[in-house]
Design a protein around this ligand. Structure first.
Ligand code: SAM
Length: 222
């Protein structure tokens, strides 16, 4: 079965048409989504041959070759326009996820009405909340999950309303976007903590706040 971390990611997917899992490794997530009927079909993408071979083997063992396609490539590169309505990107650094989402190959997908993004960065979740806010994505979920003693942020966004303008507008917005690192420290901290988790008053969000504040104090004292 899936780890606690990935099962939380899977629950944020909801019920969808076709899900691309970028950096799928062993294709555990797409296999679970298709098996449970949360996705009709899925595409497991890997930039490294070894994990791609593992994905192919697992999909074959699960007898899901007709529903799950395994493709080699970087981020959205091997996905065609209109092929997917959802992307999952889990277990990577936030900066890598940010780079994948702001690459030109992401444009046709992130400008698509109703597109859903489920992201589980290992760090730097703030930059992803910032990107979502500046592109006008709707936050569906911003939660934390503890798996084997490690606390992970899990984020889900929908591209709705004004956010799904034409691709040129989205490209424009991306070109004008100041890098997250250039924001004032207090604003970066606000994104790092997340409005939603703090408002929810949940214990994990509170613990995360304490950790972030302690890290900031260490930096200020250094
Ligand atoms: N998603 C799985 C999970 O959450 O358990 C696997 C995470 S694994 C630590 C990260 C995977 O992402 C690696 O297999 C790596 O090859 C792949 N990866 C890294 N950058 C990528 C990119 N730009 N496009 C596709 N795959 C990528």
């Amino acid at each position: 079965g899936l780890s606690l971390r990935l099962s939380r990611v899977s629950s944020l997917v909801g019920v969808r048409g076709c899900v691309a899992d970028l950096g799928s490794d062993h294709a555990g997530l797409p296999i679970a989504l298709v098996r449970k009927g949360q996705a009709n079909a899925a595409i497991a993408v890997e930039v490294v041959e070894g994990p791609l071979a593992a994905s192919r083997r697992r999909v074959k063992e699960a007898a899901l070759e007709t529903r799950i396609d395994c493709r080699l490539g970087d981020g959205f590169a091997p996905i065609r326009c209109g092929e997917i309505d959802t992307v999952t990107i889990a277990g990577m650094g936030g900066k890598t996820i940010y780079a994948i989402l702001t690459d030109q190959n992401a444009l046709p997908h992130i400008a698509q009405e109703g597109f859903r993004l489920v992201l589980q960065p290992m760090d730097s979740a703030g930059s992803l909340r910032y990107l979502a806010k500046r592109l006008g994505w709707t936050t569906r979920a911003d939660v934390r999950v503890v798996d084997r003693g490690v606390s992970y942020a899990c984020l889900a966004f929908d591209v709705l309303g004004d956010a799904c303008r034409n691709q040129e507008d989205v490209r424009d917005a991306l070109n004008k976007l100041p890098p997250f690192e250039t924001l004032p420290a207090a604003l970066r901290m606000t994104f790092a903590l997340g409005e939603v988790p703090l408002k929810s008053g949940c214990r994990l969000a509170h613990e995360h706040l304490e950790q972030e504040l302690a890290a900031r104090d260490r930096i200020l004292c250094a």
